[in-house]
Design a protein around this ligand. Structure first.
Ligand code: AVI
Length: 346
């Protein structure tokens, strides 16, 4: 689709805008009623009986995405560097295992920086298409900048949630091409285990037999190391977590006093996860007018904001099988236990 312009058009479900540069088109498919959905998710999560919670997907507004980028450079948080090392070292080997021709979709592409090694390895043997799926428009724009020097690819970005975006990709792909889906950075770990398998099975249903999924999974490690990774000395992860309340203030007109909530990281041994919470430092009332909510917090009460599940290498093979894939190869980083897994749709 190099040099091809997609005309802007509107459908019932979403609006589509095409941004064209000299040789590339990024096709933004905007989500409607985003703030309504945010208000209703905040309302549901904070009125849940027992444990209050907020969905971790809302961390990633522009400020939250920038803070996550900083987290990935922290000495305590080796996950992103391990993911990148494996991709850089093994991109050619990964691509050699795929039948040609192949197009690439990435769920939660961020700036597209990690896809570069895979795309370059593919571009050496064929022209290809890259379909980043992202809820952040600014991240999609970054993809365009980050990858603009690779000649033999066309980029079509989808500003959608993962599965909606992948369905669009499936409708868009050329039937003659196999699809490689990238789901990197152990984002799968932010689902609980059954939901993670269900998500993989949904991805599988959208794919054709012979398509593949490159899945990044953070592996189990000592509790002390995990707690430092999710509660760093500089307080960047604390700011990332607290930004969720700041976002509710900004977008839903709430009056969370950020100074009255503390970032807490905890190990959940049973779930084999690290949890992040925001703990109320005192008894307090918070109003969220756009969610039609007034909330009481007891001293020490928490809002559960994220779980990051950690895996054993063998478990990934079982998860793959349960979701309709077979795990064809696995690469494990030597410095930070993290695995890149190549799953093939059966
Ligand atoms: C995106 N996700 C895999 C990160 C993780 O490790 O669970 C998000 C994160 N939360 C705190 N630090 C990083």
């Amino acid at each position: 689709m190099l040099g091809h312009t997609v005309n802007a058009h509107t459908t019932n479900a979403h609006t589509t805008n095409a941004h064209t540069t000299n040789s590339r088109t990024i096709n933004f498919q905007a989500i409607r009623n985003f703030s309504c959905e945010f208000a209703s998710d905040v309302r549901d999560g904070l009125t849940r009986p027992g444990q209050k919670e907020l969905p971790s997907k809302y961390f990633y507004d522009d400020l939250g995405s920038a803070l996550f980028e900083v987290i990935s450079h922290l000495p305590e948080y080796g996950l992103t560097r391990a993911d990148e090392r494996l991709l850089q070292r093994h991109a050619c080997e990964i691509v050699d295992r795929l039948d040609a021709p192949v197009a690439v979709a990435e769920l939660g592409s961020g700036s597209g920086k990690k896809a570069r090694w895979i795309l370059e390895a593919i571009a050496r043997r064929q022209r290809t298409s890259y379909y980043p799926v992202e809820i952040s428009r600014s991240a999609l724009l970054m993809c365009q900048r980050e990858l603009s020097d690779i000649d033999s690819i066309s980029i079509v970005g989808f500003e959608r949630e993962y599965l909606d975006g992948l369905l669009e990709v499936a409708a868009h792909r050329q039937r003659s091409q196999h699809l490689l889906v990238l789901f990197l950075g152990s984002t799968i770990g932010n689902f609980d285990r059954p939901a993670g398998i269900k998500f993989l099975a949904e991805v599988r249903r959208i794919l054709e037999p012979g398509d593949s999924l490159l899945l990044g999974t953070d592996l189990e490690k000592p509790s002390g190391q995990l707690l430092k990774a999710y509660d760093d000395e500089l307080g960047v992860t604390a700011a990332f977590n607290l930004n969720l309340l700041a976002r509710v203030n900004r977008e839903l007109d709430a009056d969370f006093d950020l100074g009255q909530f503390a970032h807490v990281a905890r190990i959940n041994r049973q779930a084999r996860s690290v949890e992040m919470h925001l703990e109320s430092k005192r008894r307090q009332t918070v109003r969220i007018p756009a969610a039609d909510l007034s909330l009481e917090f007891a001293e020490g009460e928490t809002i559960w904001t994220e779980s990051s599940h950690k895996y054993s290498p063998e478990e990934v093979f079982q998860m793959a099988r349960a979701a309709g894939f077979s795990c064809q190869a696995q690469w494990i980083d030597e410095q930070w236990p993290f695995a890149e897994n190549l799953l093939i749709a059966e």
